[in-house]
Design a protein around this ligand. Structure first.
Ligand code: NAD
Length: 497
């Protein structure tokens, strides 16, 4: 099966059958491939090659650069089914989510093509006669992309589509848990380059297969002016100071601990649907997964009852067979979930679900019943991101208390409120409301569209990717002053003669 998918996308068997990095499917634990890992010397060569590619690519007009991304988008359309299925095999996502992830890649390509004609600067009024000022945006250089296992392909495309139209070269260090999808993306990218023709230099986008040590080399190299790193806060705390030390730039997309405030006026049936998708979708392994439900005390019992019913009926199993909840990525993830549930019990939490299921059918894979944990207060267990389907349920009496609870975690990625009270909704979105990068009304915390800037505050890292003006992080800003007079007046009226 894997061979057929890889063939379709143009990846040669030698690339994933003879290496030292074994790739196992979270679906059933089967061996999907063995991928060669890059050495430290390879990293050095790739950075050198990327720099050379950059010096050519930055001079190609931006709308022409957009044409390469347009071709990539078309190739992704042709291979949506195969790449989506490979995402399911390698990351354990259900079919719909695998396809959705590839659709996100197509969407960001479309966005970037339009953007390639809109890398706008400014004209600025000068205080000096016979002068004008402007602000220009120029290509930045080599962009290092480090990505997590749970969005194995979309994160690359969010970064790469923008980086390419902005005139940069890219080196991608995917998660060591998902190198096959990275090889497939690389093969599809190379097809786009072939169709594009000679304007595209070789090595415009490259893949580095390896673990944190390989990522670290990219992070520490001053020839890589921008590191876009997606993953845990633990990783970001190591990466950020190293990039800062060499005055590089970072886009950090780190952990979340996302909450929903459920107000007394909310449409409960709508809310339950929103909770279910956000909390159990991707088996709780999205950075935007709903992890905390802060329900008004008047509706808590009712929503809990509805939720428990919904949780019991959700289909758990092989993600390629129409189920809604697939497996956890690996045994380690399962063990972490169990350890956190135990800590929650020790802290007085009432745990519903959370146990392993389908162990007899899939002894080498980890499927779990998503958990609901009723907690009396927001302690450190609740404040910690556990990358698994655990939903902590808390209650509140007045709205300010709910807002304070929503903000009282170290992370600041996504948040939402379900309410039909316009004052509450607007307060939630105001300066004194949610402190997250994403704040929604009557929609769950997960499932963002690419048109908006994506990212969060505090320990989520502060980076923004994807839509809006996120492209500016991939370029360098230059302020220009031009004198078209025959005098040389100084700013601030300074007389120097
Ligand atoms: P992880 O931090 O274990 O790994 C992420 C990537 O970082 C991998 O490619 C890994 O090899 C690399 N890495 C780890 N340590 C490194 C180091 N010291 N130097 C350089 N590279 C290093 O994360 P994971 O388990 O793959 O993914 C889950 C985490 O990612 C969760 O915390 C989740 O919230 C977060 N995430 C965030 C976003 C977002 O956009 N905010 C998106 C997806 C995932």
């Amino acid at each position: 099966m894997i061979q057929a998918l890889m063939n379709q996308m143009g990846v040669a068997p030698a690339q994933y059958q003879n290496g030292t990095l074994a790739v196992h499917s979270p679906i059933d634990g089967s061996l999907l491939g063995k991928v060669a890992q890059h050495s430290q010397a390879d990293v050095d060569v790739q950075i050198e090659q990327a720099q050379q590619a950059f010096t050519q690519w930055r001079n190609v007009p931006a709308p022409r650069r957009g044409e390469l991304v347009r071709l990539l988008g078309n190739i992704l359309r042709e291979h949506k089914q195969a790449l989506g299925e490979l995402v399911s095999w390698e990351a354990g996502k259900i079919t719909q989510e695998g396809l959705g992830e590839v659709q996100e890649m197509i969407d960001i390509c479309d966005f970037a093509v339009g953007l390639s004609r809109q890398l706008y600067g400014l004209t600025i009024a000068s205080e000096r006669p016979g002068h004008h000022m402007r602000e220009s945006w120029h290509p930045l250089g080599v962009v290092g992309v480090i990505s997590a296992f749970n969005f194995p392909v979309a994160v690359w495309s969010w970064n790469t589509a923008l980086a390419l139209v902005c005139g940069n070269a890219v080196i991608w260090k995917p998660s060591e848990k998902t190198p096959l999808t990275a090889l497939a993306c690389q093969a599809l990218f190379e097809q786009a380059v072939q169709q594009f023709g000679a304007d595209a230099p070789p090595h415009l986008s490259q893949v580095l297969v390896g673990d944190a040590a390989i990522g670290d080399q990219l992070v520490c190299d001053a020839r890589v002016p921008l590191i876009s790193a997606t993953g845990s806060t633990r990783m970001g705390k190591i990466v950020a100071p190293k990039v800062a030390e060499r005055f590089g730039k970072c886009i950090l997309e780190l952990g979340g601990n996302n909450a929903m405030i459920l107000a007394p006026s909310a449409d409960l049936d709508l809310a339950v649907r929103g909770i279910l998708f956000s909390a159990v979708g991707t088996a709780g392994q999205r950075c935007t997964s709903l992890r905390r439900l802060i329900a008004h005390e008047s509706v808590q019992a009712e929503v809990l009852e509805k939720l428990k019913k919904a949780y019991q009926s959700v289909a758990i199993g092989n993600p390629l067979q129409g189920n809604l909840v697939g497996p956890l990525i690996d045994r380690h993830s399962f063990e972490q979930m169990q350890a956190m549930l135990q800590k929650a019990r020790d802290a007085g939490g009432q745990v519903f679900g959370g146990e392993r299921v389908l162990a007899a059918e899939y002894p080498d894979a980890y499927y779990v019943q998503p958990a609901i944990v009723q907690m009396s207060s927001q302690n450190t267990v609740v404040q910690t991101e556990t990358f698994a389907p655990i939903l902590y349920v808390l209650s509140y009496r007045d709205f300010d208390e709910a807002l304070a609870m929503q903000n009282d975690v170290p992370q600041g990625l996504s948040s939402c409120i379900f309410t039909n009270d316009i004052r509450e909704a607007e307060q939630f979105l105001s300066a004194s409301g949610s402190d997250c990068g994403i704040a929604n009304v009557n929609i769950g915390t997960s499932g963002a569209e690419i048109g908006g800037a994506f990212g969060g505050e505090k320990e989520t890292g502060g980076g923004r990717e994807s839509g809006s003006d996120a492209w500016k992080a991939y370029m360098r800003r230059q302020t220009n002053t031009v004198n078209y007079s025959r005098e040389l007046p100084l700013a601030q009226g300074i007389n120097f003669s």
